[in-house]
Design a protein. Structure first.
Lengths: 269, 293, 232
């Protein structure tokens, strides 16, 4: 592969521009693909991408020598994953485009609540600009200061506040919705109460008079809680996860072989 | 009897904002007036975590190996995960173990892990580069092949540290080459990142690497099968796991400081569940009484 | 420019901002209002901006731009037309092109699923079916199992019974007929409720922890630390 060697100087930029032009040409040729070739093309790309990772896993590995534990595909694992990581990053633009599209339109047309759209667009710039600025000018205190205000003062606090607000809704739900209306709900309720009381100091104090050793110790709340988690919850969770795991595996197989059905997959292309 | 039933039924219509205020007060008051609370009982999983670190530190054949401490969380769950990280760091530093910080779920984890290590380093005389290192952040998608490749060459595949220095040039990394030079893995997580260590790194060396887990409490119930199968050698579940660890280390931190609000807020939930159900039964009872009349 | 050289002052302002942001978000608890809407949009904007920054700084710059422009790996330029495939989603005529790149990711995720499944779940299945059912392993029994130590076997049997009954409940591949299978599935359903109760209990703890983190910030860092100028 004499072509794929690192270049430098003006030649490097020539190669980069050449690659871009070649890539652009490929894109143009793809747009000319006849409709009947499209689905097979998509299926082939999907299959090949899956085949690489599946084959790397199933292909026997060397059991001795310098390449112990590797097969002929293993060395390509890192470059291929680097490529998927980079391509995934390119997808970010799709989301940003959609977001900006909605909000810039709202601002331009002065739709109701357009002021909030200004806040949104402004806050994207308020953190991204100083963040990138400080990376290129590390000694710049203005960039660092602005970033600290946006990141510590804004983003971190808002993130933590958003996560924590659920606690309030749980309190309301616990009072209004968590009722022993059926056998199942009663079991759930009892199990939850034992677990909650068994995990807090004031709950544990209710049975702390029981001896710490011997048969009676089994009825201490913290021990009951641990028993529920390790002996009842663990096998139930394992059963659920095995079900999900096998289901995910089956779905993976269907996606890989382009057998998946549903609106997205059956749409005409 | 009847007035009580009526009261319980009327209580059902209480404004949700009163409940919110009650919760805020239950959390805030114990922080201001320092309500007493007994120490929380230590779970077998936390004790197992502690024992695993102690045994590792006491084993002359293993203690020179590197511990990987993964800080895979952001500011959203830092109340739980940051407290766990600091409790574990206390133990690692107290035992003078070599460790590497690493993050791959969000870049925030890189900064939070770094901040915790820097906060405690001076107290234990830890110096960056000599006693610990930071592998920096890697995007999640790139970690599976990274771990697979690192099995045979850690400095070569992880490349540079957080400051861009090649790992091979960092003193603490001397003698750390393959998976067999890793002594323990500690995963502090707010999402499902543990699987990568277990699937691609834990059992590929000469002997399984003890793996310790610090999930948020939401994720903890899912990890119990992994403790039963031996894939995990200990777990600190959420903030209470961290509080238990602070107790085991006799090193009160954030967890021990907020033990009272943590206890009382959950007691409030228990009381509200009980009241809510009492209200439901009262309603049925009242309806029956009215029918009989 | 003096303001930004004064690190302690920046810290104080950022604590003030953080407190305002927290209270602004909590204002929705009273009722839906404009202050909350402001902070909600601020959050989305800051999160997007932060993602742009980290995507460039932690992914594209070190893995794509620098290898291409400073290490001479010119072939990384092919990532641009490949990445552009995503954007055809906006074209009515050529939207199918975006499916090529989505297909690539579907395929890659599917191919990776095999390995993750095998390495993660097989040891768990092995551990579950290898539980000692005859001889109590006194020494190995952890200290806090229910009815320990004399009934390690009972506990192990129970573990297996729960595993089987819950799996039976989730078995939808054929109709559950007869007397035994639906009965086992029903027991599985009840046992599942035990697990859900435990999960609910743990979730409560998690949510309270995060709220405590925020309120601790408001009381300790903001009110005591900045407003009353009292630290410690």
């Amino acid at each position: 592969m004499g072509l794929f060697v690192p270049q430098s100087g003006p030649l490097l930029w020539l190669f980069i521009v050449g690659a871009l032009l070649f890539g652009g040409l490929c894109l143009f040729l793809l747009t000319l693909a006849p409709p009947r070739a499209r689905k097979p093309l998509i299926a082939a790309v999907t299959f090949l991408a899956g085949l690489f990772f599946a084959a790397e896993f199933f292909w026997p590995v060397a059991t001795s020598g310098d390449n112990i534990g590797k097969n002929f595909l293993t060395p390509y694992l890192k470059p291929v994953s680097d490529m998927t990581t980079v391509l995934q990053a390119f997808a970010l633009g799709v989301g940003i485009y959609s977001l900006l599209n909605v909000h810039l339109r709202a601002i331009a047309r002065r739709r109701q609540g357009w002021g909030f759209s200004v806040v949104l667009v402004g806050s994207i710039l308020a953190i991204a600009v100083p963040a990138l600025w400080k990376e290129y000018d590390r000694e710049n205190t203005v960039a660092r200061g602005l970033y600290t205000l946006a990141y510590d003062g804004g983003f971190n606090a808002l993130n933590a506040a958003m996560f924590s607000i659920v606690a309030f809704y749980i309190v309301s739900a616990a009072y209004r919705a968590f009722r022993a209306r059926s056998v199942e709900a009663t079991i759930l309720l009892c199990s939850a109460l034992v677990v909650i009381l068994g995990q807090i100091a004031v709950g544990q104090a209710l049975t702390s008079w029981l001896p710490a050793e011997g048969f009676a110790a089994n009825f201490r709340l913290e021990i009951l809680r641990n028993w529920i988690l390790t002996r009842v919850n663990a096998p139930a969770v394992l059963a659920i996860e095995l079900g999900i795991g096998i289901g995910a595996l089956a779905t993976s197989l269907r996606l890989w072989l382009s057998l998946e059905q549903g609106s997205y997959f059956e749409e005409e292309v | 009897m009847r007035p009580l039933l009526v009261l319980l039924v009327r209580g059902q219509r209480i404004d949700r904002r009163v409940l919110y205020l009650l919760l805020a007060a239950t959390v805030a008051l114990p922080m201001v007036i320092r309500l007493p609370v007994p120490p929380v009982a230590i779970t077998p999983q936390s004790r197992q975590f502690f024992r695993t670190v102690e045994q590792f530190a006491d084993d002359p054949a293993r203690r020179h190996k590197l511990v990987i401490l993964c800080t895979n969380y952001g500011s959203g769950t830092s109340a739980e995960n940051q407290t766990q990280t600091e409790a574990v760091l206390h133990h690692l530093m107290r035992k003078r173990l070599k460790f590497a910080l690493f993050a791959f779920s969000t870049p925030q984890g890189r900064e939070l892990g770094k901040a915790s290590a820097e906060k405690l380093a001076s107290r234990y005389g830890y110096e960056y580069g000599r006693d610990y290192v930071h592998f920096g952040f890697r995007p999640p998608d790139s970690v599976e092949p990274l771990l697979k490749a690192a099995v045979r060459d850690i400095p070569g595949n992880f490349g540079n540290d957080i400051n861009g220095t090649p790992l091979a040039e960092i003193p603490v990394m001397q003698g750390i080459r393959t998976v067999n030079d890793i002594g323990m893995i500690v995963e502090v997580a707010s999402s499902n990142t543990l699987q990568l260590w277990i699937a691609f790194f834990q059992r590929v060396g000469e002997e399984p690497i003890p793996t310790l887990y610090c999930p948020t409490n939401v994720m903890a119930p899912e990890a119990f099968p992994l403790l039963a199968s031996g894939q995990l050698s200990g777990m600190l579940a959420g903030l209470n796991g961290a509080t238990e660890y602070e107790q085991l280390l006799n090193e009160p931190g954030f967890g021990s400081g907020v033990s009272a609000p943590l206890s009382y807020s959950q007691l409030l939930i228990v009381l509200l569940i009980a009241l809510g159900n009492a209200g439901m039964f009262a309603q049925r009872r009242l309806a029956r009484l009215r029918e009989e009349e | 420019m003096g303001l930004f050289d004064n690190a302690p002052l920046i810290k104080v302002i950022s604590v003030w901002l953080a407190a305002l942001c927290t209270l602004g978000i909590y204002s929705v608890l009273y009722k839906e209002n404009k202050v909350f809407r402001f902070f909600e949009h601020l959050f989305i904007g800051l999160a997007t901006g932060y993602t742009i920054y980290t995507t460039w700084n932690d992914v594209l710059k070190p893995r794509w731009w620098e290898p291409m422009t400073t290490k001479g790996m010119w072939w990384w330029a092919f990532a641009v037309p490949a990445g552009l495939l995503f954007y055809f989603i906006y074209s009515k005529k050529h939207a199918w092109l975006s499916r090529l790149i989505f297909g690539l990711f579907f395929g890659a995720a599917a191919g990776r699923a095999f390995q993750g499944f095998a390495a993660f779940y097989f040891p768990q299945i092995r551990a579950a079916v290898n539980m000692p059912l005859l001889n109590p392993p006194e020494a190995a029994a952890p200290t806090a199992y229910f009815l320990t130590p004399f009934s390690a076997v009972l506990n192990n049997l129970l573990f297996l019974a729960i595993l089987v009954s819950v799996m039976t409940y989730f078995f939808f591949s054929f109709e559950q007929k007869g007397k035994i299978t639906p009965a086992i599935a029903r027991i599985g359903r009840f046992l599942l409720m035990f697990a859900f109760g435990a999960i609910f209990g743990s979730t409560i703890m998690a949510r309270m922890s995060l709220l405590i983190g925020r309120i601790h910030f408001l009381i300790h860092d903001w009110i005591q630390g900045v407003l009353l100028n009292r630290t410690g």
